[in-house]
Design a protein around this ligand. Structure first.
Ligand code: NAD
Length: 503
């Protein structure tokens, strides 16, 4: 295959006449691959991209390129201001190519075009915040060790980072990490999900145009079982940032332990509670609940999938959520009016439908949804609300990763908190109450890495994200995110004449 000369004047409406063919990105340029995987749009059933199926040799070459770029100091040796300059130029180019990137996200993932554009705006903000963080990155000093000794704590980049990402927010999850990894001075090799690789590849071209030295950002595409596993086992990868399912996260931990004890950042699954008190603005909370489970067809790690509602208002509140869910526009993701699009993979579609069947079989009652929507092509599922859910049901415990909300009732604040914490996960949570004492008590006692009070999925890349319990290790984004990709070194400086040990 010839080296790629990316055409920026792609059509950004309608379906592509032929699938767009990509190379993989290494050492500052496109590389050909022998085998290509054809991605079919989950909403339209037509081929949209052709993506390299890379080999472990390709991965090894990319890791070697990232190692060279790290050791030659072409990136780590720059000032924070110079690194920030590259990140800001990348933000500008992203702004120019926003519609194009959103378009490929839609075609590979099935998400609505209007939502995809909003996500690219968030990605631009990530680069801008990353630029600020690059300039502000600093260590610490200890002026408290006595007149004879001075202590400095240096922050140094960890080295070569492997980054493995999932398919639900291909570009957004990438951009919640890449600028912060770059801000730290690290170099990287990215392995996107095999079904949504296009925009991760396009970012290579954007970063090169922004002035990123070659070898700092590399992308190797292919399956998790081959490329992902080899990356987790790779002895020359210093840190691995993995975002995906808890099951694969566990295998990545084993692979790191069995290879070189690489540092790990893990962003895993969630079964996130939304707790609604009787004194909440119930109209607002119902909109938040319907949005929290339906956005991105519930294929969000932070989807609020367990509704925990005050028994005094439960019937009224569930009716409000049903009314909201029934108004959500399910449709072709290329249609501007669509609010939720296609389920991204056939396997995920089957998983969601199987959980709906399990919920019914276990005795929960469907108040709305619970079925596939037939739009002629693609897989769509209408937002679903189950009531009468008990703690032991699979729809209460498992991450479904679809638009399926399970409703529970509580009588006391303690009971609401216990229900919220009754999960192996701890990714995100939300509470709705106009009583500041209630809202703060729940925020402080529910174990989750991200918390929303009278809102849901709000925030910006200034704030850290990550999970408690089996939802992961470490934090991404903001200054916390940059620090995650550094390690600290204590430097001790003696001042004056040494007090001799051998007299
Ligand atoms: P997944 O775990 O199947 O795949 C994630 C990535 O890991 C993909 O790139 C895949 O190719 C790769 N992979 C698969 N097997 C691997 C292996 N053995 N070794 C190394 N890499 C391997 O997850 P998914 O289905 O793509 O995404 C859905 C999951 O991701 C959900 O559980 C969701 O909660 C989670 N997620 C978490 C966050 C977060 O920030 N916590 C964000 C998004 C998604």
């Amino acid at each position: 295959m010839r080296k790629q000369d990316m055409d920026k004047r792609v059509t950004i409406s309608g379906l592509p006449e032929t699938p767009r063919e990509f190379g993989f990105w290494m050492d500052g340029g496109w590389q050909g691959a022998r085998t290509l995987y054809e991605r079919i749009s989950p909403a339209h059933g037509v081929p949209v991209t052709r993506i390299p199926v890379c080999t472990v040799d390709d991965l090894n070459a990319a890791v070697a390129a990232a190692r060279r770029a790290f050791e030659d100091r072409s990136w780590a040796g720059l000032s924070g201001a110079d690194r920030a300059g590259v990140l800001l130029r990348a933000a500008d180019i992203l702004r120019q190519r926003r519609d194009e990137i959103a378009y490929w996200e839609v075609l590979e993932n099935g998400k609505p075009i209007a939502q995809a554009r909003g996500e690219i705006d968030h990605c631009i903000a990530c680069f801008e915040v990353g630029a600020g963080a690059a300039r502000m990155l600093h260590g610490d000093s200890f002026n408290s060790l006595g007149d004879g000794l001075f202590g400095m704590v240096l922050r140094e980049p960890v080295g070569v980072v492997g980054l493995i990402t999932p398919w639900n927010f291909p570009f957004l999850i990438l951009c919640e990490r890449v600028p912060f990894i770059l801000a730290s001075g690290c170099t990287m090799v990215v392995k996107p999900s095999e079904v949504t690789s296009a925009t991760t590849l396009i970012l290579g071209e954007i970063l090169a145009e922004a002035g990123l030295p070659k070898g700092v950002y590399n992308v190797v595409t292919g399956s998790g079982r081959t490329i992902g596993q080899a990356m987790a086992e790779h002895p020359d990868v210093d840190m691995l940032s993995f975002t995906g399912s808890t099951g694969v996260g566990r295998s990545v931990v084993h692979a790191a332990a069995d290879s070189n004890f690489k540092k790990l950042g893990l962003e895993l699954g969630g079964k996130n509670p939304i707790v609604v008190f009787a004194d909440a603005d119930l109209e607002d909370a119902a909109d938040g609940a319907a949005f929290g489970i339906s956005f991105n067809t519930g294929q969000c790690c932070v989807s609020s999938s367990r509704l925990i509602v005050d028994r005094r208002v439960a019937d009224e509140f569930e009716a409000l959520v049903v009314a909201k869910m029934q108004k959500i526009v399910v449709g072709d993701p290329l249609d501007e009016a669509t609010q939720i699009g296609a389920i991204t993979t056939d396997a995920q579609n089957a998983t969601i439908l199987s959980y709906i069947e399990k919920g019914k079989a276990e005795g929960a009652k469907i108040l709305t949804g619970g079925a596939a929507a037939d739009l002629g092509r693609g897989s769509y599922i209408t937002p679903t609300l189950f009531t009468g859910v008990t703690r032991d049901m699979s729809i209460a415990r498992d991450e479904i990763f679809g638009p399926v909300l399970s409703s529970f009732r509580f009588d006391t604040t303690d009971e609401a908190i216990a229900l919220a914490n009754d999960t192996v996960y701890g990714l995100a949570a939300s509470v709705w109450s106009k009583n500041i004492d209630t809202a703060l008590t729940v925020s402080r006692r529910v174990r989750a890495g991200r918390f929303w009070v009278n809102c849901i999925m709000a925030g910006g890349p200034e704030m850290p994200l990550g999970g408690f319990k089996q939802s992961g290790w470490g934090r991404e984004a903001g200054t916390y995110g940059v620090e995650e990709y550094t390690q600290v070194k204590s430097v001790h400086v003696e001042i004056g004449k040494r007090n001799h040990w051998i007299k």
